[in-house]
Structures are given as C-alpha cells and as structure tokens.
Design a protein around this ligand. Structure first.
Ligand code: G3I
Length: 367
C-alpha cells in the first residue's frame, strides 16, 4: 500500500540509490529508442516507486513513458460512486515529471477492475450507465488533462474466440461485458465521442490482447478487431491508435507475416499502433538452465519486436521491468503451475538485466 502521506505530499521515490550497475556500455533504453525515433516505456505502481528506491532509479533510467499498472482504473480512481482517489495516480505523474517522463492513461472503459458499485449501476439501465460513464470520464480527463495526453479509452472490448484462454460466448465482435449489456454495441463509439468532446486533442486508444500469434484464435481476434475498428473509423468515431498488449505466450508459434499485415491494415485506417503491455509467458516445459530460459524468451520476443517495428510500431511498453513484480508471477491465474517464477520481463528479481533487455535495445535501437 503506498504510504498515503508520501503520495499526498507528492513525494515519489526515496532518494535514488544506484540502480544495479548496467555495463558501462549500456545506454538507457529510453536513449537507445529515442535515437531512432522510438519510445520505450513500462508499467509502474505508485507504491513500488515510493518504497523501492532501486526500482525507482531503474524506472527513471530506462523509461521515457510510464503507464499506471493499476492507478488509472475504476477501482483505484472511483472506489465509491462520486468519491475520486487521485493520489496514487498523482504520485506516478509526479514521479514522471521529476524524471522527464510522460504518462499514458490506462484504462477508462474496461470490464475488469470495477468497484462493486459500478456493475450494479450499469445494470440499472442505459440512462444510468451513460451518466456513470460521463461522470467518470469528465472527472478523470479533467484531473489528468495536463499530464496525460493518451488514454486507453477502450480496453479489451473485442470478443475472444471459442476455445481460447477466456472465450467470450458472443454472436458479434464485441466481448460481452456490463458495458455492452447496459449500452448496447454502440458503447465503444459513445465512449470515444465523449472523450473527444471532453478533450479535443487527447489521443484516444483502443487496447487489446491476443492478436499477436500465428494461431487460428489470434487470427479470429485480429479480424474481429479490424471489423470493429473499421466500423468506428467509417462512422467517423474519433479513434487515434490501437494498443497491442503483447502478453506473448511462447507456447504459440509466432510468424511475422500475419502480424505485420494486421498492423499495416490498422495503419491504412490512419491509426497509430503501439505495444502497450509486453511480457512473455514461457512454455510449460522450461529449458534446463536460467541462461537457456532467458535466451529463449529474448529470442521469441526479439522476433515479435522486429515484426512490430517493421509493421509501424514506434512505442513499446513492457508490463513492468522486473520479474519480481510481474503479474505473471503474482497472479495465481497465470503463475506457473510448477512453482517456477516466469522470467518474462527485461530484469530479473534482483534487478539484473537479462537478454530480453538486449533484445529490446536491438529492436528499438534499429539493430
Ligand atoms: O487493491 C489494492 C489497493 O488497495 C492497493 O492500494 C494497491 C496498491 O498498489 O493494490 C491494489 O491491489 C491490486 C493492484 O493490482 C495493485 O497490485 C488489485 O487488487 C489487483 O486487482 C490489481 O491487479 C491488476 C489487474 O490488471 C487488475 O487491475 C494487475 O496488477 C495488473 O497487472 C493487471 O493488468 C492488466 C491490464 O490492466 C490489462 N491487460 C491485462 C493485464 C494483466 O491482467
């Protein structure tokens, strides 16, 4: 729990002690990326930045762009109707300002991270749901207008195919959620138009996952996302970018061609594409040594990153910097069944760089 005193005082990280030394030749990822017109960023949590100086120093050194892992969601921002909690998000914004970093927003409309009052309110019907959406977006976009210029307005709105990790029994392209039930299939357009009306120059992003691999499920989801996005664009809905979460799974084959074609189809609609939550889940059968595991993760991610850059991605954010804090380690639903800790981020639990960091440097540095 972030110390409220520190957050309210706008205090960020404790005095930065030296992050674990990278090799002298290792330029920060933010610098390597920027030199080629790319952006590297990562997800952060206010409590970890405030309490872990080594992590804070590493984030400050490596990232140009931050995204709150939790602090920009409904259960963090509006835990009770009408009561807004901006302190944790302000702490992240303050940290970014002190380290010449930017912050992107995540996530305004999502079916998860809902405080208990929200689904109940949405179930009361469309008028109540529209009012709740408007009140939240109005308050949050007013609060963050100066500091956050890109929001995931829509998060995980595309239906997952039958047989995938979490199938969405649906007859359409939209995932069945309390938002869809309350407002019907026009809710994505409603949210985008409301955000645009509230902030004419905000970049509005639709963010989703499961569109990366060379599998039938991923192809179905790519086509569903393209249909939804084409419909929004054709109706003149204000959409600026598509976020590709890139929670990669090494059990799935990856082939550049279908993924690059997907990115190019989005770019042809006039949309920017960005990688928003990169991390890598290792295969069930692990390589015998950490060195071999880390090399395999870096090789898989390296092929994905090369394709992403070729397809027009210019911003890549990882979903954290260190395995120690990864949802892939902490969340029971995705943690490994064999008790091993997934090694899917650029730094290990001791904040030491792994080959995945070098793969990011190669991709973002134009290598
Ligand atoms: O609830 C406590 C809160 O009281 C406390 O102040 C705060 C301090 O950080 O922690 C809160 O705990 C948890 C929070 O993560 C921070 O660790 C929440 O209970 C927990 O639900 C939340 O889980 C996050 C999850 O999204 C739901 O918001 C995960 O960390 C985060 O990695 C995960 O991220 C999602 C993306 O938003 C969307 N794409 C998939 C990705 C992985 O599921």
């Amino acid at each position: 729990m972030i110390s409220r005193r520190r957050a309210l005082a706008g205090l960020g990280a404790l005095p930065a002690c030296a992050a674990p030394p990278l090799g002298a030749q290792e330029a920060p990822l933010r610098q390597v990326a920027r030199a080629r017109g790319h952006v590297f960023g990562t997800a952060v949590r206010a409590d970890l930045l405030a309490d872990d100086a080594a992590l804070a120093a590493l984030v400050a050194r490596e990232a140009e762009l931050l995204v709150p892992e939790w602090e920009g969601k409904w259960d963090a921002l509006q835990p009770e109707e009408g009561r807004f909690e901006f302190a944790p998000l302000r702490a992240i914004i303050g940290f970014a300002q002190r380290h010449q970093q930017r912050v992107r927003g995540h996530a305004l409309i999502w079916h998860a991270a809902m405080p208990p009052w929200l689904p109940a309110a949405l179930a009361e019907g469309p008028r109540r749901a529209a009012a709740v959406m408007e009140a939240h977006l109005t308050a949050v976009l007013r609060e963050t207008r100066e500091a956050i210029r890109d929001w995931d307005v829509l998060n995980e709105v595309i239906a997952n195919p039958e047989g995938s990790d979490n199938p969405s029994p649906t007859d359409g392209d939209l995932r069945p959620t309390p938002w869809l039930s309350a407002l019907g299939p026009g809710y994505p357009e409603r949210a985008l138009r409301l955000a645009r009306q509230l902030d004419p120059t905000l970049r509005l992003t639709l963010n989703d996952y499961g569109v990366e691999a060379d599998t039938p499920h991923a192809e179905v989801k790519r086509q569903r996302l393209l249909r939804v996005v084409r419909g929004l664009v054709q109706r003149g809905a204000p959409l600026d970018a598509v976020g590709i979460q890139a929670h990669l799974q090494m059990r799935d084959p990856f082939r550049p061609e279908p993924f690059i074609a997907f990115l190019r189809a989005l770019r042809e609609l006039g949309l920017a594409v960005l990688v928003t939550e990169l991390d890598v889940r290792e295969p069930d059968a692990l390589a015998p040594s950490l060195a071999e595991r880390d090399a395999a993760v870096a090789e898989y991610a390296g092929r994905f990153l090369a394709a992403a850059i070729e397809g027009g991605v210019r911003s890549v954010l990882t979903w954290g910097l260190t395995d120690r804090d990864s949802w892939l380690v902490k969340e029971p639903a995705v943690a490994r069944g064999d008790g091993a800790a997934t090694r899917g981020l650029p730094y290990d639990e001791a904040l030491q760089p792994k080959p995945l960091r070098a793969a990011l440097a190669r991709a973002l540095g134009g290598g």
